[in-house]
Design a protein. Structure first.
Length: 408
């Protein structure tokens, strides 16, 4: 891009921000929550699901009660949806059964024989409500991803459902083979990842904490996987340059996937050693890991390649990213450190120029919120956790920002 083109792009981005409204207060949630997920439908509904909420037992209880799902209708009214179902899958278990059989050897009546057997079972697992992530399919369905597979809420019918449960092959306690289709389940189990819906209708899942599907684990992932809701199939893509979790992602108007911030901390990190210098160095590395990553990466689905882009001016984790009608990506809120306080920062990224600018700050600092964009370009920010203010802790507040260039 020429210097004139870059200057023109910056000027257009600045003009768009000048025309955009400040944040406005929307109708509050029926209950405060954070670590939840949100999605918007083609009809302009905003759907939130899961997370932690205030309760008599403490605010870190999962929202497993009736208001786990809430829907904001275009008329500006929140209503509670039905509780989520348990996730079902069929599994084929292979094991050996010991039987006693007759023996032809003199003096021996029976011997023990190992006979391979198999058994098919239907299993149910409760839906994960903390560390979930998901988004809209561009129509009426909002998908949320868990350790095993997605569930979705169809706003048009007002019901929960899930894709046809995969048939899994289990040996001992580990999943070892996919029986019906090789692409029927994800290669990775993950939580606290991020997903964005591509122009091809697929969900692009990045990072998170987890491990290989057959083993699990708590590693920080650099993995990219694509889920196609039309064929209920999974496909792996090239890994990111930076393993991360608690990050944000969004597709730009150029059809490419942008990933922002997050954390690379694995928890703990102090090596068990009698050498004080080793322990000190390990402790320093653990502290540095807990700072949010400034890294910005972009993925091109056409070439299956990642590229580094301009780093974030204010690195954060537990943030969200949303693409406005103006073609800019708004990177919203979050915390700069694992043990840090939330901020009201909104950084605005221009994919056309690879430049950052300052956006309108949030009305109050918070992180662990969820964002969704309705078709008209309105960015909705729901809930979150605020460390200070009139009501610190989990939030029920809702803010929105109009990003259409002609918004008034």
């Amino acid at each position: 891009m020429t210097r004139l083109g870059r200057l023109l792009g910056v000027a257009l981005a600045t003009a768009a921000l000048d025309r955009a409204h400040d944040w406005h207060e929307g109708p509050p949630l029926t209950a405060p929550r954070y670590f939840h997920a949100a999605a918007a439908t083609a009809e302009g509904q905003v759907i939130v699901f899961g997370g932690w909420t205030q309760s008599p037992k403490g605010f870190r209880d999962a929202a497993l009660h009736a208001n786990a799902l809430e829907v904001l209708d275009p008329n500006g009214t929140w209503r509670q949806g039905p509780p989520p179902p348990k996730y079902q899958h069929r599994s084929v278990l292979h094991f050996y059964t010991t039987v006693l059989s007759g023996s032809k050897q003199p003096g021996v009546i029976f011997d023990r024989t190992q006979v391979p057997t198999s058994e098919e079972r239907i299993s149910e697992e409760s839906s994960v409500h903390e560390g979930i992530f998901g988004g809209s399919d561009g129509g009426t369905r909002a998908y949320w991803f868990e350790h095993i597979g997605p569930i979705y809420f169809d706003a048009a019918r007002g019901v929960w459902d899930q894709p046809e449960g995969p048939v899994l092959h289990q040996l001992a306690k580990f999943w070892t083979k996919r029986v019906d289709r090789e692409d029927s389940i994800p290669a990775w189990q993950r939580e606290r990842g991020s997903t964005a819906t591509g122009p091809d209708g697929r969900f692009y899942l990045t990072g998170g904490k987890g491990g290989r599907f057959e083993r699990g684990g708590g590693d920080v992932l650099d993995a990219l996987e694509m889920y196609d809701p039309h064929t209920d199939s999974w496909k792996s893509g090239a890994p990111m340059a930076h393993a991360r979790w608690a990050h944000a992602s969004a597709f730009g108007p150029d059809g490419k996937l942008y990933v922002f911030g997050g954390c690379a901390c694995r928890g703990g990190g102090i090596e068990q050693s009698n050498d004080p210098e080793i322990r000190l160095q390990s402790a320093k590395e653990a502290i540095l890991q807990r700072f949010a990553l400034p890294a910005t990466e972009v993925y091109d689905p056409g070439t299956n390649r990642w590229q580094e882009r301009a780093p974030m001016p204010h690195p954060r984790q537990d943030l969200t990213a949303a693409t406005g009608k103006d073609g800019l990506i708004y990177v919203i809120g979050g915390t700069p450190h694992c043990a840090g306080v939330s901020v009201d920062t909104v950084d605005v990224y221009n994919p056309a120029t690879d430049r950052w600018s300052e956006g309108p700050p949030l009305p109050r600092p918070f992180g662990c919120h969820a964002s969704a964009v309705t078709p008209g370009g309105r960015i909705w920010v729901t809930g979150g956790f605020s460390p200070r203010g009139d009501h610190p802790g989990p939030q029920s507040s809702v803010e929105y920002l109009d990003t259409a260039p002609d918004s008034k």
